[in-house]
Design a protein around this ligand. Structure first.
Ligand SMILES: Cc1cc2nc3c(=O)[nH]c(=O)nc-3n(C[C@H](O)[C@H](O)[C@H](O)COP(=O)(O)OP(=O)(O)OC[C@H]3O[C@@H](n4cnc5c(N)ncnc54)[C@H](O)[C@@H]3O)c2cc1C
Ligand code: SF4
Length: 326
């Protein structure tokens, strides 16, 4: 690990526009520093600046950036009105990591592409212009949507997938003031600049995430992974759906593990609205979401897996039997 200086911020103002790298729970950044994938020369600890409360926000909820993942998952209001978020958080990492990991840090966590962590490998995200060893390499965990020929890495987290389905918004403060970005737009698609993961600018501080009023819909988080716990998603699906009088009146659906950011497709959601919950409708929505999907060899299996997981999550949320569906 390279030498670095360490300082503690006392207030959010100390952290906005500050030089160096912010550190919160440290569960991602310290690993990257030990491997010398990231080599900041200054760390600014934001653990003592407040922003660690979950508070009502109109009919919604405002979650400070320093709220720990474990506390957010256990909050009574979250468990009652946004259970999708609680389930997604509890499906991530381990109890010990969730006790440290923060809301802001979780949104910012970096990809789990093995070449990104291997300093001997070509990786445009770590070292722009060097190439991408994953394109023809070990790409089992990689993206089937939203990738570019510069980078096919996924965003690996769970929390942001649930937040995207719930229409949550990230509150960011920087030199130009405060701005609000939907969680689904917070992470960038790689295009020609995969080194930039998010829309944050240098000196920006994530202050909070806000959840709008609960929809009252049925919420499901389904995560498919190699092990039952302590593993990142191969595919995950977050669903918040309302069925009234036998018809779907509202559907929100976000996918994780398959793209550089939580993936949402409003046109596919619209296909569900107005129909009764049934296997054919779920399959049509899944096919619409996966229309432009492509595999890169080892991850080809994710396309049918994502299709099955979308159908299963919609079936669970609506109480529909799809066992005989194609
Ligand atoms: C073994 C292991 C398994 C895991 N499994 C999962 C999993 O299954 N699902 C999942 O979702 N996650 C998983 N994680 C990831 C974990 O959830 C993240 O490491 C964690 O959420 C990061 O939060 P942190 O506070 O520790 O961030 P840090 O490591 O402190 O920081 C991460 C990044 O965020 C930036 N940052 C932090 N706070 C702010 C802020 N307020 N404003 C601006 N920038 C900020 C930092 O500068 C840094 O770049 C796993 C991690 C490990 C180590
Ligand atoms: S997929 Fe992205 S992170 Fe992985 S090697 Fe290629 S450029 Fe690097």
């Amino acid at each position: 690990m390279r030498a670095f200086t360490y300082a503690r911020a006392a207030t959010p103002a100390d952290a906005i526009g500050a030089a160096g790298r912010l550190i919160a729970g440290g569960t991602n950044l310290l690993d990257l520093m030990k491997l010398e994938v990231e080599t900041p020369d200054r760390l600014l600890d934001v653990n003592h600046i407040g922003l660690d409360e979950i508070a009502p926000d109109g009919d919604g909820l405002r979650v400070g950036a320093l709220v720990r993942n474990a506390d957010l998952a256990a909050d009574d209001r979250v468990r009652r009105d946004w259970p999708l978020l609680s389930r997604a958080l509890l499906a991530g990492a381990s109890g010990q990591i969730r006790n440290r990991a923060t809301t802001g840090g979780n949104l910012m966590q970096r990809t789990r592409c093995p070449y990104f962590y291997d300093l001997a490998a070509a990786c445009n995200k770590r070292d722009p212009g060097t190439g991408c060893d994953a394109l023809a390499g070990k790409n089992r965990n990689h993206a089937i949507l939203g990738a570019s020929d510069r980078c096919i890495a996924t965003y690996p987290g769970d929390m942001a997938v649930a937040l995207t389905a719930l229409d949550a918004v990230v509150e960011i403060e920087g030199a130009g003031g405060t701005r609000r970005v939907p969680v689904g737009d917070f992470r960038r698609l790689p295009g020609d600049t995969p080194e930039r993961d998010t829309v944050l600018e240098p000196g920006d501080l994530i202050r909070a995430v806000t959840l709008p009023a609960p929809t009252g819909g049925r919420q499901v988080y389904r995560k498919v992974r190699d092990r039952r716990s302590y593993a990142f998603a191969l595919v995950s699906v977050a669903v918040d759906v309302t069925v009234t009088g036998g018809s779907i009146t509202r559907a929100a659906l976000a996918l994780g593990g398959i793209a550089p950011r939580p993936w949402r497709d409003p046109a596919a959601e619209a296909l569900l609205v107005g129909r009764s919950p049934d296997a054919a409708g779920f399959a049509a929505a899944a096919d619409a979401i996966l229309q432009g999907a492509r595999g890169w060899g080892e991850n080809d299996f994710k396309i049918p897996l994502a299709r099955r997981t979308i159908i299963a999550a919609l079936a669970e949320a609506t109480g529909t039997d799809v066992r005989t569906a194609a």
